[in-house]
Ligand binder design. Structure first.
Ligand code: C2E
Ligand code: MG
Ligand code: MG
Length: 408
């Protein structure tokens, strides 16, 4: 049997094999590389796979056309003139990108693997490494992995997770820095997905906000947290439980009535409940929010402003809303022992909290030197991997038992 077709239609069909596949709607790739030859080569290979390809030479191009970052696939060169791939990974993290990312690298394998690990630890979907020089088959093998990877999360997945009650909470201890005494734990939500495994909140809180499911999610979290606090109360524990609350929940007309009903059903002592509210662009009516927060405070809850320093209108929110605690964002704390700017910002925020008679909490303390710095500034409380990572209740029970023996 000849492997060619002698029919009149044969010529166009043979030629088609060498044409790029037509771009499939929604299949977009972005190449971030400052090497012209590499741009052309990668674009050709991706177009053959049916991608509509955009090219950026570096961060400057992305700053001018950020919509390019909406691509499903990103090929990122590691050396971009004055910037590095790490700068771009940071940008992708900020944008909560769900794109599959391939690192194109001329570095040694160890550096490449370290960069992949950094991306993964920041919640990015790192597909793998394409070492230079490469063969087309290597790129094809990486792209095949993308097909195997679970689809990006969508609103319907989240709706199902809420319906099937797939959210669960982990808890991170909060300590008094001067004494090492445990003062509370923060509840942090996770999504247990049957295909994707455990999904961290950074990958679905924005989705919940965009798909208007954040209020339903917040009530589910509150229900889980109150149930756990009731169990701890019954066991004689006296630490506070901090719960992250989305501002959108406060705008519900029946917010306080539902809150009371839930608290009563679980029998929780509200003076042990601390509500953390992230300074946020979504707090657009400060007077109304203040009214609601005062209502929660009258019931005995204390209030924290979370992630201070990273939002849009921090100062006016801090000034107008009735907070008891101020949480210094981990971006500043985590860099405070190696970067003088981060140290200056951390110091200033701690002082600001003290002047406003607020308790100050440093989040994201990872090293002994960060702890020493924060303690010397008079920061009241600390949270971070140095003391404990967020953990499920059964692990926390063991941690609590050990904590009585170990001094931090
Ligand atoms: P957050 O409230 O500021 O929570 C602290 C985050 O910092 C947690 O991430 C925690 O795991 C992480 N963390 C703690 N110590 C360290 C450290 O030493 N180093 C580093 N690098 N990270 C540390 P997680 O659990 O991924 O939560 C991320 C954010 O998601 C939270 O930030 C909060 O804004 C949001 N979130 C979490 N749970 C909920 C929830 O139940 N409801 C709402 N609305 N938002 C939530
Ligand atoms: Mg928090
Ligand atoms: Mg925080």
């Amino acid at each position: 049997m000849p492997d060619f077709d002698a029919s009149p239609n044969a010529a166009p069909r043979v030629a088609e094999r060498f044409l790029p596949a037509p771009a499939i709607a929604g299949k977009r790739a972005l190449i971030i590389d400052d090497d012209r030859e590499m741009q052309t080569l990668l674009a050709l290979l991706l177009e053959r796979q049916g991608y509509a390809v955009h090219i950026a030479s570096g961060l400057e191009d992305l700053a001018h056309a950020p919509e390019q970052l909406q691509a499903e696939l990103i090929l990122l060169d590691f050396h971009l003139g004055e910037f590095t791939g790490i700068d771009v990974l940071q940008l992708l993290e900020e944008k909560r990108s769900q794109a599959a990312i391939i690192l194109v690298s001329g570095c040694n394998a160890a550096t490449g693997e370290a960069a992949l690990a950094t991306g993964k630890s920041h919640g990015l979907n790192m597909l793998g490494l394409l070492p230079k020089p490469f063969k087309a088959s290597m790129l094809a093998a990486l792209l095949a992995r993308q097909g195997q990877a679970p689809q990006p999360l969508g609103a319907a997945d989240l709706a199902e997770a809420l319906r099937e009650e797939r959210l669960f909470l982990v808890y991170q201890p909060k300590l008094e820095l001067a004494s090492g005494r445990l003062v509370g734990v923060e509840a942090l939500v996770r999504w247990q997905d049957p295909l994707r495994g455990v999904i961290p909140p950074d990958r679905f809180i924005a989705l919940a906000e965009d798909s208007r499911q954040i209020v339903a999610l917040s009530w589910q979290v509150l229900d889980l947290a109150f149930a756990q606090q009731a169990r701890w109360q019954a066991a004689g524990h006296t630490f506070d439980l901090a719960i992250n609350v989305a501002p959108q929940m406060l705008y519900e007309p029946r917010c306080l009535t539902l809150f009371d009903a839930l608290a009563e059903r679980h029998g929780v002592d509200l003076t042990r409940i601390n509500l953390e509210i992230t300074e946020s662009a979504t707090i657009d009516c400060l007077s109304y929010t203040r009214h609601r927060l005062n209502g929660l405070r009258e019931r005995g809850c204390s209030l924290s402003m979370d992630d201070f320093g990273t939002g849009y209108s921090s100062m006016s929110q801090l000034y107008r809303l009735p907070f008891d605690q101020l949480k210094v964002d981990r971006t500043f704390v985590g860099a405070s022992d190696r970067c003088s700017e981060a140290r200056a910002i951390t110091t200033t925020i701690v002082e600001l909290g003290q002047r406003l008679n607020l308790k100050v909490v440093a989040e994201g303390i990872e090293t002994p030197s960060q702890r020493v710095l924060l303690e010397s500034l008079g920061c009241d409380y600390g949270q971070g991997y140095l003391f404990a990572r967020p953990m499920p209740t059964h692990q926390l029970t063991g941690w609590l038992a050990r904590h009585h023996l170990d001094a931090f």
